[in-house]
Design a protein around this ligand. Sequence first.
Ligand SMILES: NC(=O)c1ccc[n+]([C@@H]2O[C@H](COP(=O)([O-])OP(=O)(O)OC[C@H]3O[C@@H](n4cnc5c(N)ncnc54)[C@H](O)[C@@H]3O)[C@@H](O)[C@H]2O)c1
Length: 382
Amino acid sequence: MTRRGPIRLGVVGVGALSLRGILPHLSQPDVADRVVVAAVADPIVERARAAATLHAIPSVFASMEELIADGDVDAVTIVSPIGLHFEHARAALRAGVHVHLNKTMTTTVAEADELIELAAAADRRIVASPGEVLRPHVARTRELIADGAIGRVTWAICGAAFARYHEEEPERADAAGGAIDPSWYFRRPGGGPMYDMTVYALHQLTSVLGPARRVTAQSGVRVPERTFLGRTVVTEADDNTVLLVNFGAGLVAVAYGTAAGSPNGQFGMGIYYGTHGTIDGLLLDDAPFEFPGRADTLDAPLGDQAAQNRLLPHVVGAHKMIGEAHVFEDIMQLVDWIRDDRPSAVTAEHARHVVDIIESGYRAAATGLTQDLGTTFRLDGG
Ligand SMILES: NC(=O)c1ccc[n+]([C@@H]2O[C@H](COP(=O)([O-])OP(=O)(O)OC[C@H]3O[C@@H](n4cnc5c(N)ncnc54)[C@H](O)[C@@H]3O)[C@@H](O)[C@H]2O)c1
């Protein structure tokens, strides 16, 4: 059923991503007829209030529970630490509110199962980022491989490294209400580069190669301490993990989430090797390959994720100049789904499969035993 009027969205968590990307995108006038931010919630109320003032958001709450009870929202985007995603999404779905989740949906398959069941029972929608499947170069990579452009694909490698990204995000030091502490990125549950960054690589690999079958891994802590504004942050969650993912019929991929260092230095851009060629990020056998919109990104450095974000379907006009446009795209996927009954390709089932690869990978590393994956997904949804 088509909904009249804009979707009233609640934003749960007003940290680095909300300040840099979500709120600037959603307060642009061009989306006001489709979605408005009706409320924000954060235990650091001073920060939430400052953001609400800046973006003319009517309601501010100190908790998710208050936002759900009194915020009069149709949908929420969950921008809290990954370890809180499950409880926040469950509370929203129980209240009949649609849900967008940022990056890794949950930390376990059991949690993802529960959210998917709740959404089905309540006839609510879940969009779980990242929507790598929407990127034109990812879709083209899949087509090229299917068309035999690199012969028979043999193996692939894709991943990302923490480096010092979160300690140095510019929004953190001088935020209203005090510095935004990134230490949850280094704690369990939900910390570590797998849940934070390799999630992009796993969505991309599975968008290109399809569902995986088995996983094994090695994992540990390589950088035991970091510093944030002169304070020591202890690394409690593994920060150095390499997965070996089996897609069946002898096809394997390496997915890494390391403390530092990347083979091609291109965030989340895979290298796909075949019997007759190689796709490395945006290059087919060392030459740029065509995909819709490529001409618009020719000036950008190879592998610049922000340039590729500008090719996503909702990223038009002013949105091309605002950071984290891929997150805005995924939120608009949910908005379209609710308003126009237009299902998104960014499905909870795909996100659950990626959670399965990560959770099973950690189990493989802990036990020394290769794990069979119990989940799957269809690229056309479902
Ligand atoms: N930082 C990025 O580059 C980035 C990019 C894409 C997606 N994400 C995802 O967005 C989410 C938030 O990341 P971030 O970097 O903004 O984190 P952050 O640490 O900067 O902010 C998290 C915010 O959540 C708030 N919070 C903590 N407990 C809460 C609770 N119970 N209820 C409501 N809010 C609570 C914190 O006070 C903080 O303001 C994560 O899922 C992350 O994976 C982050």
